[in-house]
Design a protein around this ligand. Structure first.
Ligand SMILES: [Zn+2]
Length: 260
């Protein structure tokens, strides 16, 4: 299937572009240059006080430094929907849409299984340089991948982390009885037990577990989630259709995520 997706890649129609533009016109974040009741209500009280004290030096046109995670999530969901539609109609994948206001260096980071043989940025409707991609079997989070994600997410203020697995994953196949379990087998066995307890499919369980593991292993990422500058979404890629099936808890995609 990877070859099928790749063959339809590259420059193509702007499928869904009008829809996305409309969505962001409605939800574009307020900027300090156009103050309103809504924007001042979101202002940090401390920074407001500092601006009053130092009015002559206060930044009057400072851009919104951070893209809200839910706007970034909506952006990539729309991008994926456009990609899925294009693939279904055997069109070339659409060109990336304009970056939303407030976006930093990366719109999202993706921890994805290493044998997903498709271009994640194209399936998300993004440019290659908009996505920080870490590939790993499973994808199982390791200390090194966590460190790379943690450094990048925090330094670049990335609003989204996606943990993307897939059902047709070769690492999830049951191993032969006469083989010794290696590190991947042990991770899969643990996830398989959890899947049985939760009575849900293994691929879904894997990405949910990795999300929890990443957050449980990083106080800094937990804090970013608490402050709602970062959201972490597990997803399963339908590699035939190019569609992402989201496996997050409903509350995690609501406007105010509950503190965990
Ligand atoms: Zn895989």
């Amino acid at each position: 299937m990877g070859t099928e997706l790749r063959s339809r890649r590259a420059v193509g129609l702007l499928v869904g572009g009008l829809c996305l533009t409309h969505a962001f016109a409605q939800h574009a974040p307020h900027t300090p240059a156009a103050p309103s009741a809504a924007s001042t209500s979101h202002q940090d009280p401390k920074s407001a006080a500092e601006q009053k004290r130092g009015a002559s030096t206060a930044p009057t046109h400072a851009p919104n430094p951070t893209l809200p995670p839910l706007l970034a999530f909506q952006h990539i969901q729309n991008g994926n929907a456009a990609a899925v539609q294009a693939l279904a109609h055997r069109h070339d994948l659409p060109r990336p849409l304009p970056r939303p206001a407030g976006a930093g260096r990366y719109l999202c980071a993706v921890l994805v299984c290493c044998d997903v043989d498709v271009s994640m940025h194209e399936l998300l409707g993004l440019r290659r340089e908009d996505v920080f991609v870490v590939s790993a079997p499973g994808p199982f989070a390791t200390a090194e991948t966590l460190a790379a994600l943690e450094r990048t997410l925090l330094a670049e203020r990335v609003p989204l982390l996606l943990v993307v697995g897939h059902a047709d994953c070769r690492w999830l196949q049951p191993r032969k009885p006469d083989t010794v379990a290696d590190a991947i087998d042990r991770r899969v066995d643990t996830a398989r037990e959890q899947a049985a307890r939760n009575q849900q499919p293994l691929p879904k369980t894997i990405v949910q577990l990795q999300r929890e593991l990443l957050l449980a292993s990083s106080e800094a990422l937990q804090q970013a989630v608490r402050e709602d500058t970062l959201r972490v979404f597990p997803a399963e890629l339908d590699t035939r259709r190019g569609a992402l099936l989201w496996h997050h808890q409903r509350a995690d995609a609501m406007p105010l995520a509950p503190v965990k």
